[in-house]
Design a protein around this ligand. Structure first.
Ligand code: HEC
Length: 146
């Protein structure tokens, strides 16, 4: 009789403990936070910057037209070298907005995406970086407030 109740009780206890521990130890997954950002990225950016943020092949070599291919947005690229303000300006207004006269195949998304949507995309991109790159980019942003 005792055994009949003990087993389910212990199972329940273990399950509750696991659920509790899981909730405490699992940080809010970034992919959850910015799944909207990922969808926006796939729809607007992935055709050039790659489905997995890998950029175009040989992205450091200029194309025959003298322009640069799309760089990766993962930690092998240089997106994390730029502050939030710079990134928002580049994406919304184009690279010429921070480097006047610069010719680039990177479109300006000002008429297509809101600032909030661009921020969502950036949150998704940042969520893929290792801590070191995130910390560096956060410091750049702190030194360059918008
Ligand atoms: C038609 C192709 C194309 C699309 C679509 C595109 N890009 Fe780019 N992007 C480029 C190219 C090419 C460059 C490199 C420009 C250069 O240095 O001349 C670039 C550069 C950038 C840079 C500056 C480099 C860096 O990594 O900091 C950012 C930021 C950027 N793109 C973000 C985006 C985002 C976000 C989207 C989607 C909203 C997007 N791009 C969509 C082609 C594209």
């Amino acid at each position: 009789m005792i055994l009949r109740w003990t087993v389910p009780f212990v199972v329940l206890l273990v399950a509750a403990a696991l659920a509790y521990g899981y909730g405490l130890t699992t940080p809010r997954a970034l992919s959850q936070v910015s799944s909207e950002g990922q969808a926006l990225y796939v729809a607007n950016c992935a055709s050039c910057h790659g489905q997995n943020l890998e950029g175009q092949p040989d992205w450091m070599r200029r194309l025959p037209n003298g322009r640069l291919p799309a760089p990766p947005h993962d930690e092998t690229g240089h997106t994390w070298h730029h502050s939030d303000r710079q990134l928002l300006t580049i994406i919304r207004d184009g690279l010429a907005a921070i480097a006047p006269g610069y010719e680039s195949d990177m479109p300006a998304f000002g008429g297509v995406l809101t600032d909030a949507q661009i921020t969502e995309i950036l949150d998704y991109i940042k969520g893929t970086w290792p801590d070191r790159a995130r910390a560096y980019q956060a410091a750049r942003t702190a030194a360059d407030p918008s």
